[in-house]
Design a protein. Structure first.
Lengths: 355, 355
């Protein structure tokens, strides 16, 4: 008998929609391999919700969103204008999947309230949304522990790379003396365009046209995104209660195409580097700034679609991990990673047969 | 109240001794952070055992072995000539830590019997010994599942790099189309020596003198070690019941210093590469062979103390991970990683304060 996991999904943008696509495509394989019945019972976008305790049809949800429609038009289960928070509060569910976009200016809402409400009700939470984790890490992890549920957020740092699990879990027991990370995709792509001869204005226009930049490009280019990710690494991996304002932040705005090309000729790649450096007294200096990385640096050969992280440790030597991802699928798949991590033991049933 | 974890350690060579050193040095930090009381109650080397249900003094055990003495001389708790298997069968314990050297020619013994006996008694097992896992993966994982205990063996592949956890856990749910790994340290060091102008005979002599080669150098140089690691990856990550003899194996014996230098001039590094390549029908072609890696390959810039792995997946893009380790400490620390993984949830108590 498969174990049902009743999922409420909040946020049906690029990431949420792709996650629904993964549920549709991989649901059977997950059932066979892990004995889990991942059942989407509720979903919310900014225009309303849909809820059916017997389960929504993931393929239909995916198609609805691909066609640019609201989930609130879902046959018989859709409710226009119903707030996501109401769904989270009332649905019979086991797990909230929070995939709404980060919004730090609005206090991380509506994501933060949804995460808080779900944990308070005893639901597990997986989220790709940096907002709630940056703004309320201590509160939310304490609430999850009190309610004996899991809060997972692997997708908040470096897309599909398990940068957080690596640090939080695989390096447990070690002292981390330094973290270097290139956790943001669009700045790398932007810098590589400058290196290829594109002007700032052209690169900006391209970034917007191809959807690589947020509406406010400063979020990426001025290093806010990288700083948010570093704050999460500091809290979750280093145990340091860092806030966004504790991070010395320099964006790539001051970098000219000729700077990038000059470094490239010297065999170095400029990347926006997030850095945590351990001081003698055990605190960490946290910063985000552009850095010219030599080619033999573990992050020195990241392509335009590459991200990565390096951990310097006392017990485990120096460990680096990188990812090449050319679309948001790996980021969406972290939600599946987090769910499986909650329900399947590390040495639990493996791949019965690859398919 | 701290939760006691009563450990029996079999194998007090380089790895086992260092693990005891980690227990001595980190025990207090682990207690503070995770509420676990890691207590070494029994230990065995080839000359006997020591057992004290109240706990052995890890510092004394470490010093005894560093001085080249047998654990059987441990004050009041030592028993000369007592087989490790007797200790495993009789000790009041929660977990077996099996760190004896791999011995495939002797059927993986004495490690295999100890692992089997421990699981059968309902003890968790963590091991850095490839032998039992290569020879009896299916039997041992089934036994662990039946007894509802954990069997962990992260240290069997690529030293301190969590190559197995990455594949078994973080990539769960994805289809892996290809694995490339440089999981063996001594062949890389050997090849780099050839590149630097050392002759085969000199490199062999150096490898033995500095303890980088096994007594039988063929184990490393003819690719048996890499093949054993690939077999473990195939079983644990790919779900393929591969045996050592299923792996096409070419060692580095046929490589001359001039070959290595010729490739180096072309910007390529020769490494003994373990490869799993997915065929259309879902099976994997498994091979170990020397390969000239270009510098922009994720494993193309491994130093003489580097190992690494690359996973090609459908959901998570291409993920690479590498480690630089200059001594066996990271490999020994995988035993701590495995233990913490059994007893601490991924989002469990973090680093209360870095120390």
């Amino acid at each position: 008998m498969d174990r049902p996991v009743r999922i409420v999904l909040v946020g049906l943008g690029n990431l949420g929609r792709r996650f629904v696509g993964i549920l549709a495509e991989r649901g059977d394989a997950v059932r066979r391999r892990f004995g889990l019945d991942l059942r989407l019972v509720g979903a919310a976008d900014s225009r309303g919700t849909a809820y059916d305790p017997r389960g929504l049809d993931a393929r239909l949800v995916e198609r609805t969103k691909r066609d640019g429609l609201s989930i609130s038009g879902y046959p018989s289960a859709g409710v226009p204008d119903r707030p996501a928070l109401d769904l989270v509060r009332e649905a019979e569910a086991d797990l909230l999947c929070e995939a709404s976009p980060v919004n730090l200016r609005k206090g991380g809402e509506p994501g933060l309230s949804c995460v808080r409400a779900a944990l308070a009700r005893g639901l597990h939470v997986v989220t790709s949304n940096k907002g709630p984790i940056v703004l309320a890490y201590a509160e939310l992890t304490a609430l999850a522990q009190k309610k004996r549920v899991s809060l997972r957020f692997d997708g908040t740092v470096a897309g599909g790379l398990p940068a957080l699990y690596l640090g939080m879990r695989d390096l447990r027991g070690a002292v981390i003396s330094r973290i270097e990370a290139v956790p943001n995709l669009s700045t790398g792509l932007f810098l590589d365009r400058l290196a290829a001869g594109t002007s700032w204005d052209e690169a900006l226009a391209l970034g917007h046209a191809e959807g690589q930049l947020e509406e406010d490009p400063a979020w990426d280019l001025e290093g806010w995104d990288a700083a948010a990710k570093l704050a999460i690494l500091a809290n979750a991996v280093l145990g340091v209660p860092a806030r966004l304002e504790d991070i010395a932040r320099t964006g790539i705005g001051g970098i000219s195409p000729s700077d990038v090309r000059k470094e490239a000729r010297r065999g170095r790649t400029i990347r926006l580097l997030a850095l945590a450096d351990r001081k003698e007294e055990g605190t960490y200096a946290l910063s985000v700034a552009p850095c010219a990385l030599p080619r033999d640096h573990p992050l020195g050969r990241l392509g335009p679609h590459g991200m990565g992280i390096v951990y310097w440790t006392d017990l485990f030597g120096r460990i680096a991990a990188t990812i090449e991802e050319s679309d948001p699928l790996p980021s969406a798949a972290t939600l599946l990673r987090d769910i499986l991590d909650i329900y399947v033991a590390a040495d639990g049933p493996g791949r019965a047969s690859p398919d």
